[in-house]
Design a protein around this ligand. Structure first.
Ligand SMILES: [Zn+2]
Length: 72
């Protein structure tokens, strides 16, 4: 009888960029939460782009929502 019990250490996550399911056991991959270094760079690029967008479209909510800047 074949039982397909998942390994207790086996985990998986979906790449936040391309949605590919990555399965791993034990150690978390260095690229987590992305499937690859490439998707990691894509995400970085998205963040940078959003940063520029926010700078041009800042509202009062943006100023009061987050933590105050570090005085140091
Ligand atoms: Zn990916």
């Amino acid at each position: 009888m074949i039982q397909r019990m998942p390994d207790a250490n086996q985990r998986s996550f979906s790449c936040t960029i391309c949605g590919r399911v990555v399965t791993y056991d034990g150690r978390t991959p260095a690229t987590y939460p992305f499937c690859s270094q490439r998707c990691r760079m894509v995400d970085l690029g998205k963040w940078l782009n959003e940063q520029y967008t926010i700078e041009r479209d800042v509202t009062a909510d943006d100023l009061t929502d987050g933590e105050p800047p570090n005085p140091a």
